[in-house]
Design a protein around this ligand. Structure first.
Ligand code: FAD
Length: 160
């Protein structure tokens, strides 16, 4: 909404007829590529896998997702430099689910996405909300621990 329109609408609220607004709401527009067509969950550019993308240009939203994407892209670029295959994050982690989403969702309706539980797959339907989240967090921790053990353990790092 434009600033004058925000002023008009908020002043419709009883008690706020004469309110002064110090700061109005704003939205931001993201520029992003069509990741479902262009990227793998490893954040590699499909047309030239030596090129990596990260951050909001990939269609992720938020500081955490941008930092995690930057980390994964850097990690995989380093793997490639050592002659190793790039790897995605496990899909049962929040970031793994997000990068899977940007790489595999329907390109026609693709819009920026922030990390959220709705991206998680294979969620037991019978569990109640709190139990479901607990299950998802536990599962993410377990799969991430295995992933770290496989790809980041000291023997692996020093052997590269
Ligand atoms: C108003 C606003 C509020 C937000 N609030 C939140 C929030 O509360 N929490 C949250 O998690 N996220 C928030 N976000 C989203 C968050 O800022 C972004 O998701 C995140 O910063 C993306 O990081 P990035 O590194 O991908 O991109 P950016 O932080 O945009 O970094 C891109 C960088 O590339 C530089 N650049 C651009 N073009 C070129 C070029 N040609 N050559 C060299 N450099 C170039 C830019 O100058 C910039 O420094 C907000 C965004 C906005 C706009």
């Amino acid at each position: 909404m434009t600033f004058p329109e925000q002023k008009r609408v908020f002043r419709l609220i009883p008690g706020l007829e004469k309110a002064e607004f110090l700061r109005y709401g704003t939205i931001h527009r993201n520029t992003f590529i069509k990741s479902p067509v262009l990227l793998d969950p490893t954040l590699q550019f499909r047309r030239d896998p030596r090129i990596f993308f990260a951050g909001q240009i990939t269609g992720t939203e938020g500081y955490l997702a941008a930092a995690a994407g930057g980390w994964l892209a850097g990690f995989n670029a380093a793997r490639m430099a050592r002659g190793l295959d790039p790897v995605p994050l496990p899909v049962h982690t929040m970031m793994g689910a997000l990068f899977r989403y940007i790489a595999t969702s329907n390109p026609r309706y693709f819009q920026p996405m922030n990390p959220n539980f709705g991206l998680m797959i294979q969620v037991p339907k019978k569990l109640r909300r709190v139990e479901k989240r607990k299950f998802l967090v536990e599962r993410a921790r377990e799969t991430l621990a295995q992933w770290i053990d496989t790809y980041l353990n000291p023997s692996y790092v020093s052997s590269g």
